[in-house]
Ligand binder design. Structure first.
Ligand code: FE2
Ligand code: FE2
Length: 162
């Protein structure tokens, strides 16, 4: 039987992951709007992954016989000052998510909920990748910004290959 406090916290995280999906989808529309279709496709794939994260939490709550509650998902931002600003936001956002996951781990530990602790390890590993992949794009965009439009064009093509 899963603890009420843990159930509540996992429900909050599930809803946050649905928000994360919408945030990246909003970034995708921003990139389509400025004709960077490669970056847009990168963001669409990222949005899909975030929905998968939400569904992992959904299925875990279901398996534990916990009540699942879908709440209102806030509207994400719709525009950014530049391609770099969008990816910098993505990186910062992933760092915040890592903190959220760490807090969930702490809660599971304090409740001696080993099943949830074990379940959360996947998210701990995933966040290492999420921070690394968004930061890698930030660093490359910084390089590309010194190379003008041509560098940005090739960067966009590379992002489309994800
Ligand atoms: Fe996520
Ligand atoms: Fe993420």
């Amino acid at each position: 039987m899963i603890n009420d406090k843990m159930t509540k916290a996992l429900n909050v995280q599930m809803n946050k992951e649905f928000y994360n999906s919408r945030l990246y989808l909003s970034m995708a529309t921003f990139f389509h709007d400025i004709n960077m279709d490669g970056a847009a496709s990168w963001m669409e794939k990222q949005a899909e992954e975030e929905t998968e994260h939400a569904m992992k939490l959904y299925n875990y709550l279901k398996d534990r016989g916990a009540r699942i509650l879908l709440t209102e998902v806030p509207a994400p931002p719709t525009s950014w000052a530049s391609p770099l600003a969008a990816f910098e936001d993505a990186y910062k956002h992933e760092c915040d998510v890592t903190k959220e996951i760490d807090d969930l781990v702490e809660l599971a530990r304090s409740l001696k909920d080993n099943a949830t602790l074990n379940f959360l390890q996947w998210f701990v590993d995933e966040q290492v990748e999420e921070e690394a992949s968004t930061d890698a794009v930030v660093q490359k965009l910084k390089m590309a910004s010194q190379g003008g439009h041509c560098a940005l064009f090739f960067m966009d093509r590379m992002l489309g290959e994800r």
